[in-house]
Structure formats: structure tokens, C-alpha cells
Design a protein. Structure first.
Lengths: 322, 335
């Protein structure tokens, strides 16, 4: 990367294979290549979008960054330090720097804890010892996410989905993180509430100087909120570009297919590119998208294409579009 | 032109209340709409607006109690569904009205093959020999785009992907050649490319089979993609209705306008999204007057006391907001 400022997070050649066990002896018969050589960087204050359909590996990337899973290969550097090689003790202080917001605010909050209790753990972790200071910090956090102070002593079930997501955000903020991994943070919410949460995330980014990894399958949201977007397909990034560039000039056939499938509320009547064929369960030798691709030729089956630069910060993994 | 013969389903002043402790929850609070033959009607609204309850009332699937149908009429092809005997209704449902739900895995029986389940639907319609059932089952799977139908009839639901399961559900409803399919968020749980396939399938089937579709969704993108006509619901009431073009190009109800403004798109990059203040009212404690008034930027004093009538913009486009009807210049200011 030739950018002047060092990236906050940089991921290189990241791989994670899950073994598939079969039969009585549970022998490993194959591997699911959940993440198969992923590279990207997140700059300070940047919102990086990671898009793709279910099973493409986007959530696995988030779990690897958080060290909920360990990579088979590759490196993850946070602020210049290689976190993938650290032991748990070394990583502990950094854990506060990277937080996560989940899709389902119903299941990510403990139903038996009040809002204040849910947030208090993080506040203590952040080193605030005094009880009254903790209370003040909790009030401030609730205020930041637009929740009334009175909500502190109430339980998650008393709130709507949007409010619960606000509590989830307050909890993530309680340890003063730099980077927040947002895994489908708004897809369980109603349209009018989605807009509230998106606005909140943008406000917080400005106020607190946050960086986001925004994982989503909703391309409309991604086109609105992200600065840069990586499109994942079967464990690999197939296209990476600044958001406006990606949505105005998509190059990879999979990106094109994905974009044409999104119905937009601005266009009445729409006909997507639909192919009946389903991807094969086994990965092809060459390009992973070859069996789905409309302009593939024999060369695509032989060798897998690399991610190559086609424009300013625009990279594509395709023999024919590069 | 008399279109009354063309109307397949008519819902008039439907009221569904849920009884519990405290005041009754008026989930559906005087809903009127109609579905004509061979058209796709979308009912759009956020969770709790009453769109699913309306569909369940049509299908006679509401659990009573706690639900009660407090008033209104539902007429399907000349038959009054609310007055119909249970067995007659069951015969009609499935045979002439098909249903597709959001989560196909919970609608399919996990211990029977999909061939058995589609075959059962075929038999419910007509007593035919086993060989004929098999033949029709395979043809139905072909029609909904499942490859190798001959082998796939042996499969159990868990062996299929989400999109394939939804195709099986559609095949089951098609078994009886219904006049109307009621689809409740059938693509919400699916990936976008699979959603595109299912929507295209429904569009094509509607053409081929001359069916009408009542499609219930919260996704305005999907509405724009498939709807002929649209009803926008809020707090148990239809607040705006019209052709898809009316709703998306010149919405005249503040709620519809707000929903469209709240959608993130690449054109709105760098601008703040409009967000509707507050939240949807609880169905037992709805505000007086217009149900949307506490969240509405155009509200007047009168909105707090008077329930708004539908204002007619012509060509079937109606919106329940007299304020914007009297002063259309208001809409220009904000959009």
C-alpha cells in the first residue's frame, strides 16, 4: 500500500480452512476454504465494506480479527503489531481496541442483565474503578447512543430492536475502541430504524474517530456508508475498490451479478441477471467463479486468477476483466 | 368501465383485535384493499403494521382467541370468507388460494421427502393414481426451476438450500393451480442473488398461470421490482395506495415519503439519511387522530383529533393525508 498514513488494520494472505469430517472414524475428508488468501487494509477513520453472500467467509474474517478463531496462514496487523502471532496475555490490552456489533440485538444482550450491567463490565475493563465514575460513564455512553438515562436500570426485553442495537453499540463503545467490526448491524431492523442506526454510526465515527469494518449483504447500505468495498466470493476477495468506483464501474462478473440482483426502490420494474445454475459444491481448479460466469473460457478453468490492479485502488480477480 | 368482475379478493373495513390484559390491541384497524385477477399487489409496511395479520385473517389462520375479527368483510371471488364453514374454507384455502411463507424450513416437514409433500398437495386437489402424482410432482419441480427433478423428489428438506426450499414451497402451492398466491416475505431470509431468482420465478409463473399475487414485504426495493399496485400500511391502517409508479415517483403520504427518504442509496452518500423520529405505536395505545401524527413533520392541530380520510389523486392513487392534499406545495419543499 502506498498510502501515506499507516493503516490501522492490515490483513495479508489470511487463510482459514475448516476440516470436513466424515464416516465413523471422523477422518478429515476435505476442507472448507472459508477464507482463502484475503488481503485488505483499513485506514484510520475509514469505513471498509465487506460484502458477499452467506457462506462467502465474510463473518469468518471478522472472527479471525477478533481472535475468536485462529488463522491457518497469513498475518493480521493492528496498528503495526502482528496480533495473529501474539499470545492471549499480550493481546489482552488490544482486545479493548477492537470491538464488535452483532446482527441480532435480541440474542447478543444477556436478558438477565440490566442495560447498565451489560455496559458496566466494559467500563470496568477500561479501568474506571470508582462506582460513581462508572455510573457517570454509563450515563454518558447511553447519551452518546441516544438512549435516555432512565433506561440504565431496565432489561433488554423492554426495548425495541433499534433500541437494543443502540445498547449493543454503547457496550462496544464502553472500552473506548478504535476499530469496530459491524457484522450485519442493521439487517434485523425496520427501514425507519435502520436510518437511525446508520446516522448514529456515522456520528460516532466523527466524534470518536472510529474505523469500521462493515460486513453486510445489503449493497444499498454499503454503497451509502462505506469508503472502500471488498467483494468476497467463496473465501476470496474478487474485487476491491473505493465505494463510488465499485458501484459506478464494477468490473468482476460476480460483482455485476450481485449488483443486478439488488432491487432498488428507485426503479419500478426490474429484471435481474438470473442464472438457474447453482455453484458446484467442490471448488474448481481455476477461477472460483468460472462455473457461474457467463463469459468464461477454457483458460479460466485451468488457472486461478490473481487480484490485479486495474485502476486507482481498484483491484479485480478475473482473467477477462483485468 | 366496470371492473367489479375483475376483483378476485376484496377486503373491506377489516378489524382484527387481540385481547389480553388491558385494552384490546387493534392490530388491523379498518383495512380496505382489493386484489384483481392477474395482478401483483404488494402490502408494504414495517413490523407491527398489521400486514401479516391481514393475510392470516384472509386465510382463516388467525388463532381465535386471542385474536378476534371485530368487523369487516373479506370476499374472495364472490364468497364471503368470514361467513364460510370451516371445511369449506379449508377446501378453498390451498385449492384456490396458495400460501408461501418466510421461512421454508419451518413450513416443510423434515421427515418426509419433498416428493411426498408435493404429492400430498397434488392429492389434496384431485384423486389420481400414484404414477400420475409422481408425474405431476416432477413437472411442478421443473416448473419452479429445480434441476434433476426426477432425483430430487427423493430429497429431504435439509438437503436443499434455502432458495430451493422456497421453490419447493411454491411448487406445493402451484399443485392446486390457485387463482391467488399470498406470499409473506418469501425472500427475506435469502441471499440477494437467490432472491432475484425467486422474484423472477414468481413473475414468470404469474404470467404463465394467470395468477394474482398478494405479496407482503417490508422491502421497498422488492416492491418496486414486482408490484403492479401497492398498499402502504402503518399502525393497522392503509395510509397510501396506488400503482407502483405513483408510490415511488410521487408519494403523497408523509409516512411513505419518509420511508423512501430513509433508504440508504449511493446517491445519498455524504448526506444525512432522513430518520423518522420515535417509533411505531403499540397497537393497544395508538394516538388519537392520524396514527402517524406524533412522528409527522407536516402535522397540524387537526391531525391530533381527526382520523384522516383517503384523499383521491386520481387513477387509483389515494393517500390518507388531508394536510398535503390541501397544500401540495409542502411536498415540494422537502423532497
Amino acid at each position: 500500500m502506498t498510502t501515506a498514513t499507516p493503516p490501522l488494520l492490515s490483513i495479508e494472505a489470511l487463510k482459514k480452512y475448516f476440516p470436513v469430517r466424515r464416516g465413523m472414524l471422523q477422518r478429515v475428508t476435505a476442507h472448507v476454504k472459508a477464507v482463502d488468501g484475503v488481503d485488505f487494509t483499513i485506514q484510520p477513520l475509514q469505513t471498509m465494506g465487506l460484502v458477499g453472500e452467506s457462506g462467502c467467509g465474510k463473518s469468518t474474517v471478522a472472527r479471525l480479527i477478533l481472535r475468536l478463531l485462529y488463522p491457518d496462514k497469513g498475518t493480521i496487523r493492528y496498528d503495526g503489531r502482528e496480533i495473529s502471532a501474539m499470545d492471549e496475555r499480550e493481546f489482552k490490552p488490544l482486545r479493548q481496541e477492537i470491538q464488535m456489533i452483532f446482527q441480532d440485538p435480541y440474542s447478543s444482550l444477556n436478558p438477565r442483565m440490566t442495560v447498565a450491567q451489560s455496559i458496566a463490565d466494559g467500563v470496568r475493563m477500561a479501568g474506571i474503578k470508582e462506582k460513581s465514575d462508572q455510573q457517570n460513564r454509563i450515563k454518558l455512553l447511553l447519551d452518546m447512543v441516544g438512549m435516555p438515562t432512565a433506561s440504565a436500570d431496565r432489561y433488554p426485553h423492554e426495548f425495541s430492536g433499534g433500541q437494543r442495537q443502540r445498547v449493543g453499540i454503547a457496550r462496544a463503545l464502553s472500552v473506548s475502541p478504535q476499530l469496530i467490526l459491524c457484522d450485519e448491524p442493521i439487517s434485523a431492523l425496520d427501514v425507519s430504524i435502520q436510518a437511525q442506526i446508520i446516522n448514529l454510526l456515522k456520528d460516532l465515527q466523527k466524534e470518536l474517530g472510529l474505523s469500521y469494518l462493515f460486513i453486510s449483504h445489503d449493497l444499498n447500505v454499503v454503497s451509502y456508508i462505506c469508503d472502500h468495498v471488498c467483494v468476497m466470493y467463496r473465501g476470496q476477495i474478487v474485487e476491491s475498490a473505493p465505494a463510488t468506483e465499485l458501484f459506478d464501474h464494477p468490473r468482476h462478473p460476480y460483482t455485476l451479478k450481485l449488483l443486478s440482483a439488488v432491487p432498488e426502490a428507485t426503479t419500478v420494474g426490474w429484471s435481474p441477471r438470473v442464472d438457474a445454475e447453482l455453484p458446484k459444491a467442490t471448488l474448481p481448479d481455476g477461477c472460483t467463479f468460472a462455473d457461474q460466469c457467463q463469459n468464461h473460457d477454457p483458460a479460466c478453468d485451468k488457472e486461478a486468477p490473481a487480484l490485479v490492479r486495474v485502476g486507482d485502488k481498484h483491484h479485480v480477480r478475473c482473467w477477462k476483466s483485468a | 368501465m366496470d371492473q367489479s368482475n375483475d376483483i378476485l379478493l376484496a377486503v373491506e373495513d377489516l378489524q382484527v383485535h387481540f385481547l389480553g390484559d388491558g385494552p384490546a390491541a387493534r392490530a388491523v384497524d379498518g383495512v380496505d384493499f382489493e386484489v384483481r385477477r392477474r395482478e401483483t399487489v404488494c402490502i408494504v409496511g414495517e413490523s407491527g403494521c398489521g400486514k401479516t395479520v391481514t393475510a392470516l385473517a384472509i386465510l382463516g389462520l388467525l388463532k381465535q382467541p386471542p385474536a378476534t375479527i371485530a368487523g369487516g368483510r373479506i370476499t374472495f371471488d364472490g364468497h364471503s370468507l368470514l361467513d364460510m364453514a370451516r371445511d369449506d374454507l379449508r377446501a378453498l384455502r390451498g385449492r384456490r388460494i396458495g400460501m408461501v411463507f418466510q421461512e421454508p424450513m419451518t413450513s416443510l416437514n423434515p421427515v418426509f421427502t419433498i416428493g411426498d409433500q408435493i404429492g400430498e398437495a397434488v392429492l389434496a386437489h384431485e384423486r389420481v393414481a400414484a404414477e400420475e402424482v409422481r408425474r405431476r410432482t416432477i413437472r411442478l419441480l421443473d416448473e419452479v426451476g429445480i434441476a434433476d427433478a426426477r432425483q430430487r423428489i427423493q430429497d429431504y428438506p435439509h438437503q436443499l438450500s434455502g432458495g430451493q426450499r422456497q421453490r419447493v414451497m411454491i411448487a406445493m402451492t402451484l399443485a392446486c393451480q390457485p387463482d391467488l398466491i399470498i406470499a409473506d416475505e418469501p425472500t427475506t431470509a435469502l441471499d440477494v442473488t437467490v432472491q432475484a431468482q425467486i422474484l423472477t420465478l414468481l413473475k414468470n409463473l404469474k404470467q404463465e398461470k394467470h395468477m394474482a399475487i398478494q405479496y407482503i414485504t417490508h422491502d421497498l426495493g422488492v416492491v418496486a421490482a414486482i408490484a403492479d399496485r401497492v398498499y402502504v400500511m402503518y399502525a393497522g391502517v392503509v395510509v397510501e395506495q396506488g400503482a407502483a409508479g405513483h408510490i415511488f415517483d410521487r408519494a403523497r403520504h408523509p409516512y411513505t415519503m419518509a420511508l423512501l427518504d430513509a433508504l440508504p442509496t449511493k446517491e445519498k452518500r455524504g448526506r444525512r439519511l432522513y430518520s423518522i423520529p420515535g417509533s411505531v405505536p403499540h397497537p393497544a395505545y395508538k394516538p388519537h387522530g392520524c396514527p402517524f401524527h406524533p412522528r409527522c413533520p407536516y402535522r397540524r392541530q387537526s391531525c391530533e383529533t381527526e382520523f384522516p380520510a383517503l384523499c383521491d389523486y386520481g387513477a387509483g392513487h389515494q393517500a390518507r393525508c388531508p394536510v398535503l392534499f390541501a397544500d401540495p406545495a409542502q411536498t415540494e419543499k422537502t423532497s
